[in-house]
Design a protein around this ligand. Structure first.
Ligand SMILES: [Cu+2]
Length: 109
């Protein structure tokens, strides 16, 4: 019995196709240039997860704001912050710093 459970757990954890089909992970960094990349493409109808890491102290982007989703998150230096966006409809989702000066777009198509 124990070996069957282990086999199931092994399959679930280490099957890369299963893991990848589930969500789209978008990695963003905050650098001296702003958000990098500042434009990303995702597919509609598939869970989207943002992973944002602030790499610099020399810009005002210590937060990320996604107005249309009512999301505002602090970005601690060098610590990846995960933001689940759920499934998105076709279109554009704008993100920016707390003051909306440094911005970027998630393009769903
Ligand atoms: Cu700003």
């Amino acid at each position: 019995m124990k070996s069957i459970i282990m086999a199931i757990l092994f399959t679930l954890n280490f099957h890369p196709a299963l893991a990848q089909a589930k969500d789209q992970v978008v990695e963003l960094q905050v650098t001296e240039k702003g958000f990098e990349p500042n434009s990303v493409d995702v597919k509609p109808g598939v869970l989207v997860v943002l992973k944002v890491t602030r790499k610099t102290d020399s810009t005002c982007a210590t937060q990320i704001k996604i107005k249309s989703k009512n999301i505002k998150k602090d970005l601690p230096l060098n610590k990846p912050v995960t933001i689940a966006l759920g499934k998105l409809d076709k279109g554009e989702l704008r993100f920016g710093c707390g003051m909306d000066m440094i911005t970027g777009n998630i393009i769903v198509r």
